[in-house]
Design a protein around this ligand. Structure first.
Ligand code: HEM
Length: 327
C-alpha cells in the first residue's frame, strides 16, 4: 500500500499486486539497503577509526546495492517519465506528479541528473518504511487495546455517520483518532534517534562543550518517554493527548515530543505521514474489528532496534472481522 501511495505521488505509477516483478525487485533492493543501514557495520568506523580498514567488504556491498538501486530508479521510472513528457507538450498544467516538477527543475538547470536520482532514492528510504512501521505499530496497539479501538470506531460513527468512509478533510473533526496516531508515534517512534546532525561551529549545551563538526544524535524516544516529563509513559494511552498533553503537536511545538525532528531539517513528509496514518488506521477500524491472530490474546510488541529505526520484532497477520454496518 505504501509503495502504491508513494509511487502514485512520485511517478503516477502503481503496482497491480505483490507479485509484480518490478515491485518484487524494488522491494528486495530497498530491503537490502535497509538491512545494510541497520547493520552495526554502518557507522562503527566513525566512532572507532582504527576499525575502518575492516569495513572495505561492507562498503563494497553498499556501493553495489546503491548502484543497482539508482539504475533501477533511472531505467524504470525516471527515463520512462522523461519519454512520456517528450511525447506530449508539457505546460504547467501538464505536470502531473512529483517527478514532473523535479525534472522541470533539472531542465531549468536548478538541479542536475544526480540530484534527481538522489531525490527519488531519498523518498524510497524516508517515506515508505517509516510510515509502514508506524502503521504496523498503530495496528498492533489497536489490537492490544480493544477499548481504544472501540472509542476510535465510536468517534468515526458519530462524527461521519455509519458507513461513511473517512477521507483527509475529516481528520480535524476526529480528535481521538489523531490522539491514537500521536500516541503511536510517541511510544513506538520509528526513528528514535532522528537522523544524525552535525554542528558547523563549536557549541555549548547543558554545560557541555560540543566541538565543531561533531555527530549529534538526539534521543527523541527518551524525550517522549521520560517518566520525569510524562505521566506513566510506558502506557499506550491516547487520552493523554486530549487531557494533560492536549497542546502537544507532532510538529515540534514541544521539545519533549519530536517524532519528526524539529527545525529546518525536520521531516518534510509530516504533512503526508499524519493523514496517511489517520486514514489507514481509521478505515480499518471503521470497517473491521481488528483481532489478534487465532489462538493469541495479544500481539507480542517486542521491538527490534536498528541503528536508526524501531520496528516490531515479529510480524503478525491480524484478523480483520468485517463489521456489520446495520448494527
Ligand atoms: C511516520 C512517518 C515518518 C516519520 C516518523 C518520519 C520521521 C523523520 C525524521 C525523524 C526525520 C529526521 C529529522 C531530523 O533529524 O531532525 C525525517 C527526515 C526526512 N523525512 Fe520523514 N518521516 C516520516 C515520513 C516521511 C514521508 C512520508 C516522507 C516523504 C514524503 C518523508 C521524507 C523525509 C525527508 C526527505 C527527510 C530528510 C529531510 C532533511 O534531511 O532535510 N518522511 N523523517
Amino acid at each position: 500500500m505504501m509503495y502504491n501511495n508513494m509511487y502514485r505521488i512520485m511517478f503516477d505509477r502503481r503496482f497491480e499486486n505483490e507479485d509484480d516483478p518490478l515491485f518484487v525487485k524494488l522491494k528486495a533492493l530497498n530491503g537490502e539497503r535497509s538491512r545494510l543501514a541497520q547493520s552495526f557495520e554502518y557507522n562503527y568506523g566513525d566512532f572507532i577509526p582504527i576499525l575502518r580498514p575492516f569495513l572495505r567488504g561492507y562498503l563494497r556491498i553498499c556501493k553495489e546495492v546503491k548502484d543497482r538501486r539508482l539504475s533501477l530508479f533511472k531505467n524504470y521510472f525516471v527515463e520512462e517519465r522523461k519519454k512520456l513528457a517528450s511525447t506530449k507538450p508539457m505546460d504547467n498544467a501538464g505536470l502531473r506528479c512529483a517527478i514532473d516538477h523535479i525534472l522541470d527543475a533539472e531542465r531549468k538547470g536548478e538541479i542536475n541528473e544526480d540530484n534527481v536520482l538522489y531525490i527519488v532514492e531519498n523518498i524510497n528510504v524516508a517515506a515508505i518504511e517509516t510510515t509502514l512501521w508506524s502503521i504496523e505499530w498503530g495496528l498492533a496497539e489497536l489490537v492490544n487495546h480493544p477499548e481504544v479501538q472501540r472509542k476510535v470506531r465510536e468517534e468515526l460513527d458519530v462524527v461521519l455517520g455509519m458507513g461513511v468512509q473517512i477521507t483527509e478533510p475529516d481528520i480535524p473533526r476526529l480528535p481521538y483518532l489523531q490522539a491514537v496516531v500521536k500516541e503511536t508515534l510517541r511510544l513506538r517512534m520509528a526513528i528514535p534517534l532522528l537522523v544524525p546532525h552535525m554542528n558547523l561551529h563549536d557549541a555549548k549545551l547543558g554545560g557541555y562543550d560540543i566541538p565543531a563538526e561533531s555527530k549529534i544524535l538526539v534521543n527523541a524516544w527518551w524525550l517522549a518517554n521520560n517518566p520525569q516529563h510524562w505521566k506513566r509513559p510506558e502506557e499506550f494511552r491516547p487520552e493523554r493527548f486530549l487531557e494533560e498533553e492536549a497542546k502537544v503537536e507532532a510538529n515540534g511545538n514541544d521539545f519533549r515530543y519530536i517524532p519528526f525532528g524539529v527545525g529546518r531539517r525536520s521531516c518534510p513528509g509530516i504533512i503526508l505521514a499524519l493523514p496517511i496514518l489517520a486514514i489507514t488506521l481509521g478505515r480499518l477500524v471503521q470497517n473491521f474489528e481488528l483481532l489478534p491472530p487465532a489462538g493469541m490474546d495479544k500481539i507480542d510488541t517486542a521491538e527490534k532496534g536498528g541503528q536508526f529505526s524501531l520496528h516490531i520484532l515479529k510480524h503478525y497477520t491480524v484478523v480483520c472481522k468485517p463489521r456489520s454496518t446495520t448494527l
